[in-house]
Design a protein around this ligand. Structure first.
Ligand SMILES: Nc1nc2c(ncn2[C@@H]2O[C@H](COP(=O)(O)OP(=O)(O)OP(=O)(O)O)[C@@H](O)[C@H]2O)c(=O)[nH]1
Length: 414
């Protein structure tokens, strides 16, 4: 992704505030203060993530700078101190991403939100379903302006096939009247497999049919737009529906992950492991890992240092067992399930991890520390997860008793 934001603004303080907002979000910033600057810099030759352009500049009173950034295919949003209907119309016909009225501090908050949205949109796939090529083209133009990836389907059958092979699709925009299957039928079919909070369906129907809007909504559409629609309203509805999906995703993530290390939490570990064990055709391996003398680390270097080590340890385990289910059970205790993995293979891999921890330097604030881990390992063939965890815990206890920094396999003498 290109990471540069172009700011075209003659007011120094405003340019400084915008620069800070963009930099805080991780963007590089280039500021120009006039149309002349813009013309001289040959922006066509450079790539920008987006441009934030003042409608009124000392040498461009009517938004001429906007024409230049739009012509250079830079997603452009416009800042203006005055917004009457005439200016609004003029700005929107220029194919911009959005416009912002410089009124209050909230306007600047909105700039931050817009930059974040544009960045997030790059990960979002939107499926446009319409039998009319011109409508598909128009919607594609509107959506690509906002950095979305657009996939087109010519009818409902095509749409269902594309949905099945593209799990990244988060929004479906569908027309009503299409060959093979109506938009309402398509909506209902999508809903049988994908709930509202996973895929948003936005229906587009003609303005003279209020009943159709209701049918779409009753059959599972999240939202409906009447033709002809305004680009601003279209964007607002797409964003609102996406934000709903993203908020649910955030809640789900928080419910399933540990707040500190961001790896899976205890609840999620049990759920995923029980599922994996149910379908396993071969024995699996389960390990409990506990960092050694962690209290002493907290006492010597502080709780913050302890937190940093927990995060790094979790990252190491997750990277080492990409094929397994890795979770933080609480405190300095972690758990790993390797489905359908023989105990001998698992033993080798956990011994390797143990050795890796021993030789790895954890970077904590200004220091490098060594932290070791003790591991209790057990094979799961017939017993349930709770029993296996108790057995792994016994093995872990033995590993601690026998000097720490080692793997002990349940049932094996040391
Ligand atoms: N920094 C930090 N410390 C934590 C967290 N959760 C638990 N701890 C600390 O982890 C330490 C665990 O100490 P103990 O159970 O005595 O175990 P230990 O010192 O690692 O000793 P052994 O397990 O016997 O090697 C305690 O000091 C807890 O306060 C956390 O989220 N962050």
């Amino acid at each position: 992704m290109n990471n540069r934001v172009l700011i075209v603004e003659d007011h120094k303080t405003t340019a400084e505030i915008l620069t800070k907002i963009a930099q805080k979000l991780g963007f590089e910033v280039e500021v120009m203060s006039s149309l002349a600057d813009l013309t001289a810099s040959l922006i066509e030759d450079k790539a920008y993530f987006c441009a934030c352009v003042d409608f009124h500049l000392p040498d461009a009173h009517h938004g001429e700078a906007i024409d230049q950034t739009v012509a250079a295919k830079i997603p452009t949003f416009v800042l203006t101190g005055r917004l009457d209907e005439q200016v609004r119309q003029k700005v929107m016909t220029k194919a911009v991403v959005d416009f912002i009225l410089k009124e209050t501090v909230h306007s600047f908050d909105y700039v931050g939100k817009l930059l974040t949205r544009l960045k997030r949109n790059m990960q979002v796939n939107i499926l446009v379903v319409d039998d009319s090529l011109s409508v598909r083209k128009y919607l594609r133009t509107l959506l690509e302006r906002q950095n979305f990836t657009v996939i087109e389907a010519v009818d409902g059958l095509d749409a269902l096939a594309l949905l099945a092979e593209t799990p990244q699709i988060k929004v479906v925009i569908t027309d009503y009247e299409m060959p093979n299957m109506s938009g309402v039928e398509l909506t209902s079919k999508i809903r049988r497999k994908h709930p509202h909070e996973k895929i948003a369906i936005v229906a587009i129907s003609s303005s003279n049919n209020a009943m159709l809007t209701a049918r779409f909504l009753k059959n599972g559409a999240n939202d409906a737009l009447n033709k002809p629609f305004d680009a601003e309203e279209f964007y607002t509805r797409i964003f609102r529906n996406l934000e709903y999906i993203e908020q649910i995703e955030e809640i789900e993530f928080a419910a399933n992950h540990d707040y500190l290390t961001k790896i899976k939490n205890r609840r999620c570990f049990f759920e995923l492991s029980n599922q994996a064990l149910k379908t396993a055709n071969k024995p699996s391996a389960l390990a409990l890992l506990d960092l050694d003398h962690f209290k002493a680390i907290n006492d010597t270097y502080g709780h913050e240092a302890g937190d940093i080590i927990l995060v790094q340890a979790a990252q190491r385990m997750a990277a080492h067992f990409k094929d397994g289910i890795v979770a933080r059970l609480g405190g300095e205790e972690f758990c790993v399930l390797l489905p359908e993995t023989s105990i001998d293979e698992a033993l080798g891999r956990f011994e390797f991890l143990c050795h890796h921890f021993d030789s790895f330097e954890f970077k904590v604030l200004t220091q490098s520390l060594n932290v070791t881990t003790s591991i209790g390992l057990v094979e799961i063939s017939q017993q349930d997860l709770s029993t296996a965890l108790k057995q792994a815990d016994e093995a872990l206890y033995a590993a601690k008793e026998h000097g720490r920094n080692q793997v002990v396999q349940y049932g094996q003498s040391i």
